[in-house]
Design a protein. Structure first.
Length: 123
């Protein structure tokens, strides 16, 4: 083993050390506090000013004041956090968990709609 000191160290570490993987369904991964994950909107607080949409460098966000809806395309979002920082009502938050994996582009678009108020008829 003197001829291959690097590989022998790796072999010993693999035999003696802990596994590098987690038992996923049983143990959830703990993310670092600085992790940038999915963006969520507290739609009840949103004033639909569209500043998040205008400042998004990838165009992943869209907001409609008329329809009272806010939409994010998770496949276009680069997790830059500009939308969270620019929001005047602080209704956008970035969580430490990531977006769920999707199989098609349509599944990666998340729509949040403001529920109708007591004086508004449901559409």
């Amino acid at each position: 083993m003197k001829r291959f000191p690097g590989i022998s160290r790796t072999i010993m570490r693999s035999l003696i050390g802990k596994p590098a993987t987690l038992m996923y369904p049983k143990r959830k991964r703990i993310y670092a506090s600085a992790t940038r994950g999915r963006v969520e909107n507290e739609i009840e607080e949103c004033i639909f000013c569209r500043l998040c949409e205008k400042n998004c460098p990838t165009g992943a966000l869209s907001a409609s004041k008329e329809k009272k809806e806010w939409q994010i395309d998770s496949l276009r979002c680069c997790l830059c956090r500009r939308c969270v920082e620019i929001c005047p009502k602080d209704c956008l938050t970035m969580h430490d968990a990531y977006f769920a994996p999707v199989r098609s582009r349509a599944e990666g678009v998340y729509l949040t709609v403001l529920p109708p108020g007591p004086d508004e008829p449901a559409k």
